[in-house]
Design a protein around this ligand. Structure first.
Ligand SMILES: [Zn+2]
Length: 347
């Protein structure tokens, strides 16, 4: 589990350890200045002993909390436990119910805040992280808007999401504006995507290596070939078989082979306003595959690059599991945090 919740933080009932330095000045010697029994919310501890100290230098007093405690009502352990329940798929209300079974009263609003706080931590941790290979995919996890979708950026080295955008992934300008700062900050050199044309344009403009997910390619090429099987003249069926073999084996010189095939086919006969003939469709397919071939084979020369975008799809799957709850959030920033955290959590 990557949000480091496998080990919940320790909570101590008291500590005899003295503070090392004053909260207000540079003082390092203190007098004990009384104690309080502080009731806390936790899955095991009900209250903790907190000493007050007085700084010998500036004479101000402050509370010094035992490990796992802060001035908040909840212990650090309970905060993370609540977040864990939520990321595992429970709603805020259901998480609140489970906690009440452990005799802890925590409102769903508090759990929402805990989730937001944890997401901020994840964002901070990831902000400057080096990422070499980035998976990108649009997801309609929120169920609204057709033009805009949640664009999910995943570090394919670790499988963790590093950023989410709410943008139109079909518009190369928009994608580029959103992606450029990430490329800069993380040092990204290769992106892995499906074969939407906007990603091809962006990869070229930002001078990034590009791997097109081969699951996607096999799916749409397979479908196209199946249709052509029924429609093209029989004497050209062997070309379809050639394409199938090439896609299966992905030879490095596939682009040239496809181009040679393209040249063997008769040129365009239909007029501009007419539907293209089946043979012309085959010709277009050959050209497109030939032009994009290098984007299919990046993984062969770069061992860190996967040949599919499967890891990104897994992150999106986890986000979808949480999206129903997140949709209730009022702002995109709240939703973004919730989704980011949901996508981060792998069990
Ligand atoms: Zn002081």
């Amino acid at each position: 589990m990557s949000i480091v919740v496998l080990k919940l933080p320790n909570v101590k009932r008291k500590t005899e350890v003295r503070p090392k330095e004053c909260r207000y000045c540079e003082g390092i010697t203190f007098q004990r200045w009384g104690q309080v029994n502080k009731p806390v919310k936790d899955i095991r501890v009900r209250n903790v002993k907190v000493y007050r100290y007085r700084c010998c230098r500036c004479k101000r007093t402050f509370r010094y909390y035992p490990e796992g405690n802060t001035k908040a009502d909840q212990t650090e352990r309970l905060q993370l436990f609540a977040v864990l329940l939520w990321t595992l798929g429970l709603s805020h209300r259901a998480s609140s119910l489970i906690l009440s079974g452990l005799k802890v009263t925590l409102s769903h609003i508090t759990i929402w805040r805990d989730v937001q706080r944890e997401a901020e931590q994840v964002k901070k941790r990831n902000h400057w992280k080096p990422v070499r290979v980035l998976g990108l995919d649009g997801a309609n996890v929120l169920g609204w808007g057709e033009k805009q979708s949640v664009l999910v950026a995943v570090d394919l080295g670790t499988g963790e999401p590093i950023a989410l955008g709410y943008i139109n992934e079909y518009d190369p300008q928009v994608v580029r504006r959103w992606l450029a700062p990430l490329v800069q900050r993380h040092g990204i050199t290769v992106i892995v995507t499906d074969d939407l044309s906007s990603y091809k344009i962006v990869a070229e403009k930002l001078q990034l290596g590009h791997q097109v997910c081969q699951f996607h390619v096999r799916r749409w090429v397979g479908k196209a070939l199946q249709e052509l099987q029924e429609t093209i003249p029989k004497e050209w069926l062997w070309v379809l078989e050639e394409i199938r073999q090439l896609i299966k084996i992905l030879p490095p010189d596939g682009s040239r082979t496809l181009y040679t095939l393209w040249k063997q086919l008769p040129g365009r006969h239909s007029k501009r306003n007419q539907a293209r003939l089946a043979l012309e469709q085959l010709r277009d397919l050959l050209l497109r595959l030939s032009q994009d071939w290098h984007r299919y084979c990046t993984f062969q020369s770069e061992p860190e690059v996967p040949w599919t975008n499967n890891s990104t799809e897994q992150v999106i799957g986890r986000m979808k599991m949480r999206a129903r709850t997140v949709r209730g959030y009022k702002s995109w920033s709240g939703m973004q945090s919730g989704l980011l955290l949901a996508g981060t959590c792998t069990t």
